[in-house]
Design a protein around this ligand. Structure first.
Ligand code: NGO
Length: 535
């Protein structure tokens, strides 16, 4: 069938923005992250012009929104009107297009193998056609189209005289894993709705489909709970270093969820416990075994706090919180934390996990916990998030043999808060220094020795924010590592190739410049080859 897109990274000359007559696979393979599952020659190159319309299958509001999104993305830089034109289902691709051609977003692809998120992208001189079985598939196809266009397409102002050419290609692309996540720790330093939305847009470009929000920790409680108002009002009133903190109203949280959904991301809220709970313990004295509230905490130690496991109040509290958070969350998951319970006895830890999981499932949600949950009794269907470094944790393997699947976030690979090198001005290095190759060059399926095949649900790149406050901080730590984790989640294992990846990654540099993403110019990547010179 189609040739694997992997390894097809044809070298591009440094200055030309237009590929020479390179084979389709090589052209696409030198540009797109995550690398598509399969690429072959299409029917010729396509060019967006003043007459281009965005045609979309009539009758699907979701597909219509993707078309609106695509047009809005392409209008500022091209300066073209790009009207959205609904067309009847089954219209032959591009046939109804007004001359000289169209961007066609077609639902109803008959290829069942495309599943919930896959898409096909084909070019001819008359049209570029993205087809899929779902709006999510169309949306992912639009991200590929974006990356096939010159980087200047990301400009928010018109770029006169640019040639908006889509290289010849026929791409069939499906994800390797259904769960492709990124986590923001909004507890250590609060991040505003606008900051979270900005990150969501960055994630969408790399086909990430899950945003895990670490909403509670020792230093701050970041979501308003109607029945426990002091959690946000008092528990959210500071953060690491003693700043003013902050929290989301329930409407703020709904806004984030809606914005994420508009980019086809599912939000996973985390209510961490029994440790990482000082902000809650400080807000409500009855959650402490001695009935005394500790002061708010603004340092960065971990593992010192614990909800009082024997007390009934603890579970009334969890029930109230989880009930409200679940009701606000349309996605299937609720994360219960469970990491670093160093101040909770092993027996109490198991008791806590035994009690909190049914509270989550009673709300119709699937439990996710950090992988320490495997030392308790994960309920059927629960997922654990692996954040170890060694890959030799037998409890994770044993639980997986009994059906507990794993989200892979090994800290020495996937943690975006690890310093790149000893001189990186932000971040930590408890799991080591993690430069771009280390971050990319591993296999989620084999990292944990002995894990049964099929046990891995996907990958996630967590960004902890002990040292991170601003958009610039977020961007510097996430880029260029985030796209690598996204590729591990999306692209087939057979496509994994550092030498090919670093060429495609370099091609992202000019795009990030246009988008205002200040990234770390790792010396492991030849940025200059893609025209990204140091500023
Ligand atoms: C650990 C810890 C977090 C820290 C993070 C910093 C997990 C799951 N618990 O990861 O509290 O913020 O490291 O890298």
């Amino acid at each position: 069938m189609l040739a694997a897109g992997a390894g097809a990274a044809g070298a591009r000359s440094a200055s030309s923005s237009e590929p020479a007559a390179a084979p389709a696979a090589a052209t696409v393979g030198s540009r797109v992250v995550p690398v598509p599952a399969a690429v072959r020659a299409g029917g010729g190159t396509f060019r967006i012009t003043r007459g281009t319309a965005v045609e979309v299958t009539r009758g699907s509001a979701d597909a219509g929104r993707v078309a609106g999104y695509a047009a809005a993305l392409l209008r500022p830089s091209t300066g073209y009107p790009l009207p959205v034109v609904p067309v009847p289902a089954g219209t032959r691709s591009g046939a109804a297009a007004a001359a000289p051609g169209a961007i066609v977003l077609a639902l109803g692809d008959t290829d069942r193998g495309l599943g919930d998120e896959g898409y096909r992208l084909r070019t001819t001189p008359r049209a570029v056609t993205i087809s899929a079985r779902t709006a999510a598939g169309l949306f992912h196809g639009v991200q590929t189209l974006r990356q096939l266009l010159p980087a200047r397409v990301e400009s928010r102002t018109a770029v006169p005289g640019a040639a908006w050419t889509v290289p010849d290609a026929d791409i069939r692309d499906v994800p390797r894993y259904a769960y492709r996540g990124a986590m923001l720790d909004v507890a250590r330093h609060f991040l505003t709705v606008a900051q979270v939305e900005r990150y969501i847009d960055e994630l969408a470009l790399y086909k990430v489909n899950t945003l895990h929000l670490h909403l509670t920790d020792d230093q701050g409680w970041r979501i308003a709970i109607g029945s426990r108002p002091r959690l946000a009002l008092y528990g959210g009133s500071t953060g690491v270093g003693g700043g003013p903190g902050g929290s989301y109203t329930q409407d703020d949280y709904r806004r984030i969820v809606r914005y994420a959904a508009s980019r086809f991301l599912t939000v996973v809220p985390e209510i961490d416990g029994p440790s990482h709970t000082n902000a809650a313990l400080a807000s409500y004295p009855e959650l402490n075994c001695d009935g005394t509230a500790p002061p708010l905490y603004t340092g960065t130690k971990v593992g010192f706090s614990s909800l009082c496991v024997p007390k009934a109040e603890t579970y009334a509290f969890l029930d109230a919180v989880i009930r409200e958070v679940a009701a606000l969350t349309p996605g299937p998951y609720l994360h219960i934390g469970g990491d670093e319970a160093h101040s909770t006895s092993a027996a109490d830890y198991v008791t806590y996990m035994d009690k909190v999981q049914p509270i989550v499932t009673a709300q119709g949600k699937t439990v996710i916990g950090w992988h320490q949950l495997d030392s308790a009794h994960p309920v059927p269907g629960a997922l654990v998030q692996y954040w170890g470094t060694a890959g030799n944790e037998t409890a994770v393997v044993d639980a997986a043999k009994h059906g507990t699947r794993v989200i892979m976030s090994p800290a020495n690979r996937a943690y975006l808060d690890m310093q790149y090198t000893s001189t990186t001005p932000l971040g930590q290095h408890w799991a080591g220094y993690v430069d771009v190759r280390t971050s990319y060059d591993w296999d989620p399926a084999t990292f944990i020795a002995g894990l049964p095949a099929g046990a891995v649900a996907g990958v996630e790149a967590p960004l902890w924010t002990e040292t991170i406050r601003t958009d610039a901080d977020v961007d510097y730590m996430a880029f260029p590592r985030l796209p690598g984790i996204a590729e591990l989640g999306w692209s087939p294992a057979a496509a994994h190739d550092w030498n090919a990846y670093r060429v495609r990654l370099a091609a992202q540099g000019p795009r990030w410049q246009e988008l205002g993403i200040g990234f770390y110019r790792s010396p492991e990547v030849d940025w200059a080859a893609a025209g990204t010179d140091a500023p």
